[in-house]
Design a protein around this ligand. Structure first.
Ligand SMILES: Nc1ncnc2c1ncn2[C@@H]1O[C@H](COP(=O)(O)OP(=O)(O)OP(=O)(O)O)[C@@H](O)[C@H]1O
Length: 813
């Protein structure tokens, strides 16, 4: 009971009366709304009718006799009868003149809101329309009175007439006009910031602010309701979204942080520094679209191919490395926006440009993980080369390393100034591999490199490049870059689809990949040493072997009638190739050479020639090269090499000459190091922050792969052709201890089946083509089979098992 009493006493008076809930009732809302709409139409008709009937009705309105209100003899001429005549007379004649039309308009709006046809902000409308009505009433009284002198009412009504006369008496006609204009401008500015631009344009039609600025400001206004205030800018602002940010500086110094292509905008309250910014140049900071994360552990995105031959056989249970093997960083991909820094940089840029007579229209800042790109639209008539020449002056004023000017930005009518951020972010490998772009890529050999200034994942297809040259002074991130390339391939490729040839003269860079040698590496035969090549002579042999493999693959492509490895493999998996012809699935081969400079210094032409040959021809047969050097001099990156390596990845180099050698232009000398790179594949280099992958992460990935089912030895490359003679070794002596351990069994198989087919040996013993080919050569030497006859099986020279056993025992002696 007591409780009940309590709730009763808590009710407000309006609630008790039922007032509060009255407008929550749909029926009442609708009814009142409809009434207001009809009433407003009725009043508008009455007002219009008043213009022609007001004079006649006036005497009746002013001197109404009893009974006349009922209008039985139709004395009132207003279309809306005596009520219309009275309302019109009151509002038009006695109050606001022509501007009284605003009253039924507002009633109509209120009605539309109540019936929920439109959602007006009635309070705002009330004030705006009210002020407009008062202002118009005075203005009409002042301006229209001489024109509409014949009317019975003053165009501004009694209110307008009284106010205009009162003000005019005080300040005179010019004063009244000035007051009216001033109040109009202030009011319109309150309504729309565009007014400022329009006023500026009127005051200075030649050098006014561009339409672009106007558009941006209007947009902000339009979306202002949705904006969410952030309290302070005293400290650097860190945004939770892992993406770059875009902030616009309005003319009033107001900064709006935007996320591109997202409805929501975040509005930052005015900061002192921003207020002091030159009002003629607005700075917008851009938040590009959020990189879509795929959020799945498995990156390969591939399931078993639904074709008659599964290229992943027999390792169909092989599992691709998962993302949890990679490290996540606390501020991974979240750009810091320090508004003080941004505004200060913007002001300095604008100041330097202004000092040198360069006028700009707009300035936009795109904040990336390590670099901010200030995009400038120069005013008409400004020479782009003038801005380009100010590079040093801008760098000086910003007192920062790594400033780069892109004038103009290709495809845009703007000039870009790249300025390093005070606080730099690490771009983790995890954030790249976890992106949809990477996971859903259809590239054949996707190499994830890092993130661009606009925070987009930057990837390239190694098969399209088709070879990559990496350069950078020591400690600038080359090795990390190579590891990022290898890691991204390991996350996408099955051991049957990809083999690496890793060449590491420093001996320490690639040693951590030893655990995956069986799964993912290729090496020359009869070599018990590591699959990772560290010795110069072995490098030469391996490169020659690759040349031989390339020739062999071309033969197989020709035989298969395929133009490239992709077509060939497609035919293979679709059973369009005869296995007896020696066809087998071709994995891509990626040759990665670290410290290429060292190799050229020691072996010169011996290295350069096979590299140039592979670079020229190997694309179609799936052999791709990535070579890295600390010293990008012309003696190392010769014209021959350069011409065949269109893909370039330049980390910071020490001089402009080095930059020209690697990129054919300056730029790499202005990078800031720690993975900051320029990637060139075509016309203009793209600035990218390289993904960071650390040694422990790579070790975890390698251990994971090692545990997976896969090949038990590295893929064998063909025995390289040496000066001493060909690998077939025809005519040489044949000793049992130098024969392949499978020799005897293979010989029996051949004799029993009477088929001298290499591919049969391959299939029967699950060995690679090279080993099977070597076995056949040995059998040829032993006189078991005849000479090779192109793609046809060899002739079997031993007819029965007994003869074979005799021959084998003779060999054993
Ligand atoms: N993408 C990156 N993000 C953050 N830091 C990086 C990045 N790349 C490199 N670094 C930092 O720079 C250091 C040197 O990198 P790295 O070993 O790759 O240089 P390098 O160019 O290979 O040098 P060297 O030629 O002497 O081997 C790394 O230990 C790391 O601290």
């Amino acid at each position: 009971m007591a409780k009940k009493k309590n709730t009763n006493t808590n009710k407000s008076l309006s609630e008790v009366v039922g007032f509060k809930n009255i407008f929550q009732n749909d029926f009442i809302n609708f009814t009142v709304g409809i009434i207001l709409i009809f009433l407003s139409i009725y009043i508008i008709i009455a007002f219009i009718s008043f213009f022609s009937t007001g004079q006649n009705d006036q005497s009746l309105v002013l001197d109404l006799r009893p009974g006349e209100i009922f209008n039985s003899n139709r004395a009132f001429q207003n279309s809306c009868g005596p009520f219309g005549a009275f309302v019109s007379y009151f509002f038009i004649s006695r109050c606001f003149g022509l501007s009284a039309f605003i009253i039924p308009v507002f009633m109509g709006m209120a009605g539309l809101k109540l019936v929920r046809a439109y959602n007006f902000n009635l309070i705002k409308c009330f004030f705006c329309l009210g002020i407009s009505m008062l202002w118009l009433s005075i203005t009409f009284a002042e301006i229209l009175t001489p024109i509409m002198g014949s009317q019975v009412f003053n165009p501004g009504g009694d209110h307008g007439q009284f106010c205009s006369q009162w003000i005019e008496n005080l300040v005179g006609a010019p004063g009244l006009t000035a007051i009216l204009l001033l109040t109009a401008i202030i009011f319109l500015t309150y309504l729309s910031k565009e007014t400022i631009t329009v006023v500026r344009k009127i005051l200075n039609p030649v050098n006014s602010i561009s339409n672009k600025v106007k558009f941006d400001i209007t947009n902000n206004q339009g979306k202002a309701n949705k904006s969410k205030p952030i309290e302070t800018l005293e400290d650097p602002t860190v945004f939770d979204d892992p993406q770059t940010q875009r902030v616009e500086f309005g003319d009033n110094g107001e900064a709006v942080i935007k996320q591109e292509e997202q409805a929501e905008e975040t509005k930052i309250e005015t900061a002192k520094e921003i207020k002091q910014a030159p009002s003629t140049n607005d700075l917008k900071i851009i938040i590009p679209e959020k990189e879509n994360l795929a959020d799945s552990k498995d990156v390969s995105g591939s399931s078993n191919i639904n074709t008659p031959i599964n290229p992943k056989e027999p390792w169909t249970k092989y599992k691709y490395p998962t993302l949890d093997l990679l490290k996540k960083y606390e501020n991974d991909g979240k750009p810091y926006i320090d508004m003080k820094e941004q505004t200060a940089n913007k002001n300095r840029i604008v100041e330097v440009l202004n000092n040198f007579g360069v006028q700009i229209k707009t300035i936009t800042a795109t904040v990336g993980p390590t670099i901010t790109l200030y995009e400038i639209t120069p005013a008409e008539g400004v020479k782009i080369s003038k801005i380009r020449n100010l590079e040093d002056d801008i760098a000086l004023s910003l007192a920062a390393l790594g400033i780069r000017i892109i004038a103009p930005i290709p495809g845009k009518g703007t000039v870009g100034i790249e300025v390093p951020n005070a606080q730099k972010n690490i771009v983790s490998m995890e954030s790249i591999l976890n992106s949809k772009r990477f996971q859903e890529t259809t590239m054949d050999l996707p190499i994830a490199i890092g993130k661009t200034i606009t925070n987009e994942v930057f990837m390239a297809d190694l098969t399209k490049l088709p070879h990559l040259l990496v350069a950078g002074a020591t400690g600038q991130g080359k090795s990390v870059g190579l590891n990022a390339i290898i890691t991204s391939l390991l996350y996408k490729k099955h051991p049957n689809e990809l083999k690496f040839v890793l060449i590491d003269p420093k001996k320490v860079e690639f040693s951590m990949y030893m655990p995956i040698a069986d799964h993912f590496m290729a090496k020359i035969p009869d070599d018990n040493e590591d699959a990772i090549i560290t010795d110069v002579t072995k490098v030469i042999r391996t490169l020659n072997s690759l040349c031989k493999l390339m020739d062999y693959r071309y033969d197989m492509l020709k035989l298969a009638g395929a133009k490239n490895i992709k077509e060939y493999n497609k035919k293979y998996v679709n059973h369009q190739l005869r296995l007896t012809d020696g066809h087998e699935y071709m994995p891509y081969i990626v040759v990665i050479i670290d410290e290429f400079g060292d190799l050229i210094m020691t072996a010169g032409k011996e290295i350069e020639m096979p590299i140039a040959r592979i670079a020229q021809l190997a694309r179609a047969v799936g052999i791709h090269m990535v070579i890295a050097t600390q010293r990008p001099t012309t003696s190392i990156i010769t014209g021959n090499i350069k011409a065949n390596f269109p893909g370039r990845m330049a980390f910071r180099v020490s001089s402009m000459i080095d930059s020209r050698t690697i990129l054919d232009r300056p730029g790499a000398n202005q990078l800031i190091g720690r993975g900051d790179l320029l990637f060139l594949n075509g016309n203009e280099p793209v600035r990218v922050q390289c993904a960071f992958v650390d040694t422990p992460e790579i070790e975890r990935i390698n251990e994971y792969i090692k545990q997976q089912p896969g090949p038990i030895e590295p893929m064998e490359l063909p025995e390289p052709t040496t000066d001493e003679g060909s690998d077939s070794g025809k005519g040489g002596s044949l000793e049992m201890h130098s024969l392949d351990p499978l020799f005897e069994e293979a010989a029996r198989t051949i004799v029993l089946s009477q088929q001298g087919s290499t591919s049969m040996i391959q299939r029967r013993f699950s060995i690679g083509y090279n080993r099977a080919g070597r076995l056949m050569d040995q059998m040829e030497k032993a006189g078991i089979v005849g000479a090779a006859q192109g793609s046809k099986p060899r002739e079997v020279l031993i007819q029965d098992e007994n003869s074979l056993e005799n021959l084998l025992s003779a060999l054993r002696k």
